[in-house]
Design a protein around this ligand. Structure first.
Ligand code: CTP
Length: 409
């Protein structure tokens, strides 16, 4: 769908780049209309590169194409993120003194705004009255969220996360016009279009007896996010699913695996004709030396007991060593409990060399950190240990960024 993203002049403007990027990666035709104030926070070249379309703010640019109304007339959706207090006031009262103002007035498309400002400005009666006016007119508001603001203060006024803004915006567009495509057909020129991408996700489990296992905290969210991102870019995706705690996405072939051995078997089979292999699963390095056929009983084990473990094969290293062609890209993950950035990178450089992978996605984990629905932060290094990408935020946008980095190289 054709989406106009209006960006107004607040510090959260830098986060609007994430909104534009997510919409573009989902296949939408995105036209960014920043206000002049927004351009003091984020540069026009960035917005043009990310949106893949020319960017203007000026009413007097492209006059021959009647640009001040053409964008609005042809848009399926208008998203304004961040929306400052000033821009909410202008929108509420129909000001048309810049390209964003004329675009909104010339459009019948749904308008979704993500306010961002200091708590006092948000709470002010004038802003609240403007918000009510906009809502009465059918404008959809996303956020603001409560959290850390620009200075040392915290409270309501933080811009909602880009993924939440995009989800609400697409919902609003589909509610207004069900004929639109939620995910338009992928770009046939995408380097991933028609490629086979194999992704392992979740955590393997090694049985101790019929009811107990050795496992780990992985939920599979990051692997599933990668699968969705690859699918949306037109790839044929196979998800090697080890005990996922999230639903499997549509349009992806799922192969269920349990132990490290079963993952190795499935991975070897699927990787044989794959273009990209991504090992996002947390793989059990050891398994019990024996698996009891019946339930282990305390009466037999006594007050304390010792578990003997034997090492499992290294799936990633095996796949990297036996690639069907040198063109196949093999990507590993490394979740490390190391908070020092340099030491984390050092561990990563050592690991990427030991595994023989082309790329390693590094992230720091801890008790309750790195696993589950929250945000994540990763550094992607190549086989020589060079940093090729860094990304932070929801796993969906981090997944898209990882894919971008390993495909671009
Ligand atoms: N991996 C694998 N097979 C294993 C262990 C890990 O394929 N038996 C993969 C993981 O899927 C991940 C990468 O290797 O992509 C790194 O996993 P990690 O657990 O960080 O590495 P280990 O080799 O287990 O090293 P460590 O001693 O740090 O646990």
């Amino acid at each position: 769908m054709k989406v106009v993203v209006g960006i107004t002049g607040g510090i959260a403007a830098y986060k609007a780049v994430g909104v534009v990027r997510a919409l573009v990666l989902a296949g939408h035709d995105v036209h960014v209309v920043p206000t002049l104030a927004a351009l003091r926070f984020v540069g026009k070249p960035t917005l043009e590169a990310i949106s893949r379309n020319p960017v203007t703010s000026d009413l007097y640019d492209g006059v021959a194409e009647v640009r001040h109304v053409a964008l609005g007339q042809t848009a399926d959706l208008i998203v304004i993120a961040p929306a400052t207090a000033n821009s909410l006031a202008k929108l509420a009262h129909g000001f048309a003194d810049d390209l964003l103002g004329t675009t909104v007035l010339a459009s019948a498309a749904p308008v979704v705004v993500a306010p961002a400002m200091h708590t006092e400005m948000w709470a002010h009666a004038a802003t609240q009255a403007n918000v009510r006016l906009l809502e009465e007119r059918g404008v959809v508001l996303v956020g603001p969220a409560v959290g850390q603001l620009t200075g040392t203060d915290a409270g309501a006024g933080r811009m909602a996360e880009p993924a939440d803004i995009v989800a609400a915006a697409i919902d609003a567009a589909l509610a207004a016009n069900p004929a639109l495509d939620r995910t338009p057909p992928p770009d046939p020129a995408d380097p991933l279009a028609g490629r086979k991408v194999v992704i392992s996700a979740g955590g393997t489990r090694e049985p101790l007896d019929p009811v107990r296992f050795l496992g780990n905290a992985s939920t599979g969210r990051q692997g599933v996010a990668l699968a969705v991102a690859a699918r949306d870019r037109g790839a044929e995706v196979v998800l090697l699913a080890a005990h996922l705690e999230v639903p499997v996405p549509d349009g992806v072939r799922v192969v269920a695996v349990t132990t490290t051995d079963s993952l190795l078997e499935a991975a070897r089979l699927e990787a044989a004709d794959a273009d990209v292999v991504i090992m996002a699963a947390a793989v059990a390095d050891y398994r019990p030396a024996t698996t009891a056929q019946g339930k282990l009983k305390k009466d037999d084990l006594g007050d304390s007991t010792t578990l003997q473990l034997v090492q499992n094969p290294d799936v990633l290293a095996a796949l990297a060593a036996d690639r069907p062609t040198s063109r196949q890209v093999v990507v590993g993950f490394a979740a490390e409990t190391e908070s020092d950035r340099e030491r984390l990178l050092e561990l990563g450089r050592h690991k990427v060399a030991r595994k023989g992978a082309d790329f390693l996605v590094l992230n720091e984990v801890g008790f309750g950190r790195g696993f589950g629905p929250g945000d994540t932060a990763v550094i992607v290094i190549d086989r020589d240990g060079r940093i090729v990408a860094e990304a932070a935020g929801p796993k969906s946008s981090v997944g898209a960024a990882i894919l971008d980095a390993v495909v671009r190289a």
